[in-house]
Design a protein around this ligand. Sequence first.
Ligand code: FAD
Ligand code: DHB
Length: 391
Amino acid sequence: MRTQVGIVGAGPAGLMLSLLLAERGIDSVIVEARSRTAIEQTIRAGVLEQGTVELLKQCGVGDRAMTEGARHDGIELRFRGEGHRIDFAGLVGRSVWLYPQHEVLTDLIAARLAAGADIRFECSDVELREVTSDRPVIAFTEADGTRVELECDVIAGCDGSAGISRKSIPASVRTDHFRAYPFGWFGILAEAPQSAPELIYAHSEHGFALISTRTPTVQRMYFQCDPEEDAEAWSDDRIWEELQKRVAGNGFRLIEGRIFQRSVLPMRSYVCEPMQYGRLFLAGDAAHTVPPTGAKGLNLAVADVLVLARALESFYSTGSTERLENYGATASRRVWRAQHFSWWMTSMLHLDPHGSPFDLRRQLGELESVTSSVAGSTYLAEAYTGWPLSL
Ligand code: FAD
Ligand code: DHB
């Protein structure tokens, strides 16, 4: 089998890349380990930057995000029991959209299949070969047991943080920039009405909490926990008690309801350098991970593949590899800005289990500075709603 661009992984990076390439008349095949149902049901991100939404709309896959998602013009930073609004629309004239990642994936898969795209779900034993040649190969076993060798011009490694693509860059060439945080996020989905009109990022002496939403009747919430915490060991009452004390103040209370999904997520920052090796290009979580506090992961995956699609367009129209060779340098400028923003939001809002009373007071000083200064709030608004996609 042959294609122009072989894509490993049908997450936001892989699916969006195949769509952007199709728009440019470039063929691709996606090789994916999971089933379509599993992909469409995994609960992950919730926040889309304005640029991501605009790109989805331009590509004809933004309709449901517009009708079923919700525009948010600000967030609340809550500390010392008081809420402080960061007014995105007023400060930078931009907004974000609450529209879950699995719905974005559902829309992308439907659009790609309707356009006749070749997506192979439930593949196993995926291997990358000869990535430094100009005919790299993705070998894989299909769901029915057939072994396939897919010869490509270029391979896009879009297989997330646990994928195989990154490992095709030899350790002697690769630098893994890595930081683990001494806390995780306990995430829940609950049947309840919204407790507040906008997302709440809460700092408290008991630790961080994030109050987000999915639909008028389903709410998404997170609280900082030990990364080794066993989510199943917690009763609903204990979870609500923990959340309530972290957002308490000014008489505010969360509206409680039945908790029907729970999990603990680790928090890490990671960047793989280089993002390119021979004809292999990494994009999205395969190349980098951010802690979720800044809501950047999915958006960064989309930004990477836009840079890659433009570089591939130039390659196929001119025959020059110049833009492809610059892919890593171009994409990583945004990656490191997002790394900094995600680390900053995380360190400003979470309680360091090894920290001192000094650290807690320093965080409060920082939160006062951000919320009381137009310059401070504007930086947060600019970064959260997303830098222009041309960057
Ligand atoms: P993935 O979504 O991980 O997709 C990779 C795909 O590759 C998967 O489908 C996988 O099955 C497949 N794959 C893996 N290995 C192989 C293999 N060997 N062969 C073939 N296929 C393979 N980001 C935000 O922007 N905003 C948020 O609000 C936000 N909140 C989050 C909340 C949570 C709870 C979590 C977990 C993450 C959150 N993120 C958020 C991060 C976001 O979900 C990820 O950054 C995003 O999914 C990255 O997309 P991707 O396509 O690079 O990788
Ligand atoms: C959600 C996740 C995030 O990481 C974040 O910063 C904001 C919202 C969410 O799942 O809704």
